[in-house]
Design a protein around this ligand. Structure first.
Ligand code: NAP
Length: 295
């Protein structure tokens, strides 16, 4: 039996990891934040002293991009010190660490999708804290996989898809930023990729380490994504294009942060499906939940 620690089990990716069938040979331990604060070296040390893990998936993070501009200490504690603590523990036990990261490590000034080797230059505190986390993992945990993803949507917690569905029930037209282009991605699809990578590393100490990108295929602006959500939801709402300048936010965001996925396809045989198909599944899940709730 292999024992797998999943941090951030109540987050978008964490919940999807918990829904997967890991098979009879894997035992999942997914503590809530109250039971394991990854930013506390003492907590992490005590947790690893109690249980012998075979691999760790770090899906915990501080993800409030705008708030991070005013909470740098907290963002860096969770997104940089946290991964550093986990990386220390993983190195001490010689076990693999699979760590989630973000497209916001990039500046967004490239015309084509970012590859894993492209230079990073985060525009805000959140991206900087996540980049620091990547470096901590690389420096301390030799058996690591850093999986960068982007623009996550799911049926859980609050995210762009759920916000747009709510707004489409309140208004006929919604203004949405059309000059930021990215890779909309299902948290469930990322979780499936994380599972495949984790199982590969549990089965084979020589499975490839390193940095990988995992997003759904294709690109979209936030406006494109909003319109697809409305259409798939059977809503007549219209997503009206506005610019980033029309919708100022506390944190700057990359204008173009598509991620290239050729490396994960080559090394792990993971071929991401188009983002629209993934979004359709989430809209269908939310609609099904509402039907059950109403009956
Ligand atoms: N969301 C996106 O669009 C996006 C895009 C690119 C990359 N990513 C990356 O993908 C990963 C997962 O993101 P997500 O959207 O699933 O995150 P999420 O829904 O915000 O969930 C984050 C989880 O981390 C937990 N957490 C926060 N601080 C913690 C701490 N100090 N110790 C232990 N747990 C802590 C939270 O606990 P509570 O449940 O108590 O809040 C929550 O369960 C992160 O690495 C994120 O940077 C996300």
């Amino acid at each position: 039996m292999k024992t797998l620690l999943i941090t951030g089990g109540a987050g978008q990716i964490g919940l999807e990891l918990g829904r997967l069938d890991w098979g009879p040979g894997v035992h999942i331990v997914a503590p809530a934040r109250a039971a394991l604060d990854i930013a506390s070296a003492a907590d992490v040390t005590a947790f690893f002293a109690r249980t012998r893990f075979d691999a760790v998936i770090n899906a915990a993070a501080y993800t409030a991009v705008d708030k991070a501009e005013d909470e740098a200490a907290l963002a860096f504690a969770v997104n940089a010190l946290g991964p550093a603590c986990l990386a220390d523990a993983c190195r001490a036990q010689a076990i693999p660490l699979i760590h989630l990261s973000t497209d916001y490590v990039f500046a967004g000034d490239k015309d084509t999708p970012y590859t894993e080797d492209d230079p990073t230059r985060p525009l805000g505190v959140y991206g900087a804290s996540k980049l620091a986390g990547e470096w901590a993992v690389r420096a301390a945990a030799p058996r690591h996989v850093i999986l960068r993803t982007a623009w996550l949507v799911s049926a859980h917690r609050s995210n762009f898809l759920k916000t747009m569905r709510r707004l489409s029930r309140e208004r006929a037209a919604i203004d949405v930023v059309a000059d930021q282009i990215g890779s909309p991605t299902s948290a469930a699809d990322v979780a499936a990729a994380v599972k495949a990578i984790a199982l590969a590393h549990l089965a084979d100490g020589e499975a490839p380490p390193g940095t990988y990108h995992m997003v759904n295929a294709g690109a979209a602006s936030w406006r494109d994504l909003a319109q697809a959500i409305f259409d798939l939801d059977g809503s007549a709402a219209v997503a009206r294009a506005i610019t980033t300048a029309d919708y100022p936010t506390r944190a700057r965001r990359p204008a173009q942060s598509r991620l290239a996925t050729a490396k994960i396809e080559r090394d792990f045989g993971i071929t991401p499906r188009p983002w629209r198909a993934a979004v359709a599944d989430i809209v269908a899940e939310l609609r099904a939940n509402e039907t059950v709730g109403a009956s």
